[in-house]
Write a protein that binds this ligand. Structure first.
Ligand SMILES: [Fe+2]
Length: 189
């Protein structure tokens, strides 16, 4: 096993431990959330490699992997009021912080819902507006983008379906989606 493989194995053990601790407060099913996160992580890593080849900017792949693997842990860790799915990002963020997980990792929960939320949107949605709900780093943007393609039912969303969904979130969300698409569509995937 090389160093990278050892790191990944250690990381996977930590991630599994977090899933054990999170439980399943909303009855979403650990397997469902875990499988979805794996799909997002795999796609995000493909995007990261293509992005690095195209731009010469090497991204932190282990951070992308870890962030993608825990981005939806709020669906399990915190009992969410029905119809308030929008809070699962913030729930996951606070829960990971309570487990002393690094801010850099916890932020993937906060920044992946839709295309993230501006301060005004956070206020409107009843979220904590002192937190930054927008994806900021390229690693965060890649995970938020990759997440949009995979449903938890195992279905892959088309670009048209994603666009419709982003329009439902509002004009700003849709605009950010267009920007994200511009970043990654040129990778030819
Ligand atoms: Fe997700």
């Amino acid at each position: 096993m090389n160093e990278r493989e050892i790191n990944r194995k250690t990381n996977d053990m930590k991630i599994n431990n977090l899933y054990d601790l999170a439980g399943d407060k909303n009855g979403r099913g650990r397997e469902v959330v875990y499988r979805h996160c794996q799909e997002v992580a795999n796609y995000a890593l493909v995007l990261a490699k293509l992005y690095a080849n195209k731009t010469g900017i090497k991204l932190d792949e282990e951070l992308i992997y870890t962030g993608a693997m825990v981005h939806d842990i709020g669906c399990l860790s915190t009992k969410t009021e029905k119809g308030k799915a929008v809070t699962h990002g913030e729930d996951g963020y606070w829960w990971l912080k309570s487990q002393e997980v690094d801010e850099k990792i916890a932020r993937f929960c906060l920044s992946h819902v839709g295309t993230g939320f501006s301060r005004e949107e956070a206020i409107e949605k009843g979220l904590n507006s002192d937190l930054n709900h927008l994806p900021v780093t390229t690693e965060e943007i890649i995970v938020a983008y990759a997440d949009k393609f995979f449903s938890k039912s195992g279905k892959k969303h088309t670009a048209e379906e994603i666009e419709e969904k982003m329009k439902e979130y509002g004009e700003e969300s849709f605009k950010r989606w267009e920007e994200m698409k511009g970043l990654f569509e040129c990778l030819g995937i």
